[in-house]
Ligand binder design. Structure first.
Ligand code: HSE
Length: 284
């Protein structure tokens, strides 16, 4: 029986200045999704580990299942599939857990069927899963997980995702406070209107950050890692956020902010050694 195993990495979305439009993938942790063709009809989730029994085995409710259903419908594929999911990252942590399972599932099916769809064109199926999981089809985690490296979602409608080159020596430290935050809830509390002054600051930073990545300009990256719109609101939900962020900056990070909708907190650093040092300070 043909069987494929896929690693789907954790991701950091927003990256301070790019709410819903910037994201990058991490080397680790990541989910493992195993998919096999089966003689039985339909899609079956046979096993989920690492979730303390919290994720649904019901295909209609599981992000991997939802993404597969949409992809099968698009391909008019009616064969049987069996899926195993091994969660190796915390859920509700701001590390793109829901997107990772969905990405793992569609990449595995594409592999099993000998690549009928180009990698980037798998994204809409993952977005359907994101919509089911948190009520909004934001592509920042999903695109970073699917394509790797840094991505910019230039537009959601129509979908236009750009991969951004980044300097070799850029490393991230990420810490995960042991609380859970539901993306759906933290989206609901955000103000729907933004002042022009704040908007100008934010898009100046976003442009600066993307230019900094392109030019390997660490000072520009550092100056641009500022979020004047979302972080002041969401930071209040994470106990100790300001002190963790200050610890990162004091230890030499280029910048630090909330990973996705939190509670994880990331810091970007120049060099692996610097990232290790920053990570320890944040943890302390
Ligand atoms: N951009 C999304 C948000 C990411 O901040 O709500 C969720 O991880």
């Amino acid at each position: 029986m043909k069987r494929v195993s896929v690693f789907a990495p954790a991701t950091v979305a927003n990256v301070a200045c790019g709410f819903d439009v910037l994201g990058f993938s991490l080397n680790e942790p990541g989910d493992e999704v195993i998919l096999s063709l089966s003689d039985d009809s339909g899609i079956e989730i046979t096993k989920i580990t690492g979730d303390d029994g919290r994720l649904p085995l019901d295909v209609q409710k599981n992000t991997g299942g939802v993404a597969l259903l949409h992809m099968c419908e698009h391909l008019k594929f009616s064969g049987g599939l069996k899926m195993e999911v091994h969660k190796k990252m915390p859920m509700g942590s701001g590390l793109g857990s829901s997107a990772a399972t969905a990405v793992g599932a569609v990449v595995a099916l594409n592999e099993l069927l000998n690549h009928p769809i180009e990698r980037k064109d798998l994204l809409p199926f993952v977005l359907e899963a994101e919509r089911a999981a948190c009520g909004a089809a934001h592509a920042d985690n999903a695109a970073a997980c699917l394509l790797g490296g840094f991505i910019l979602v230039r537009s959601n409608e129509p979908l236009d995702v750009i991969q951004i080159p980044f300097p070799d020596d850029l490393f991230a430290a990420v810490i995960h406070p042991h609380i859970e935050i539901r993306t759906e809830d933290t989206r609901r509390i955000l103000r729907k209107q933004v002042s022009l002054t704040r908007a100008v600051q934010q898009w100046g930073n976003l442009g600066g950050f993307v230019a900094g990545l392109h030019q390997s300009d660490y000072d520009l990256i550092s100056r641009s890692l500022e979020d004047v719109i979302i972080e002041p609101v969401r930071g209040l939900l994470i106990p100790g956020f300001e002190s963790v962020k200050n610890a990162a900056l004091d230890a030499g990070a280029l910048g630090s902010s909330i990973s996705g909708s939190g509670p994880s907190i990331f810091a970007l650093c120049r060099g692996e050694e610097a990232a290790q040092k920053v990570g320890k300070s944040m943890q302390n």
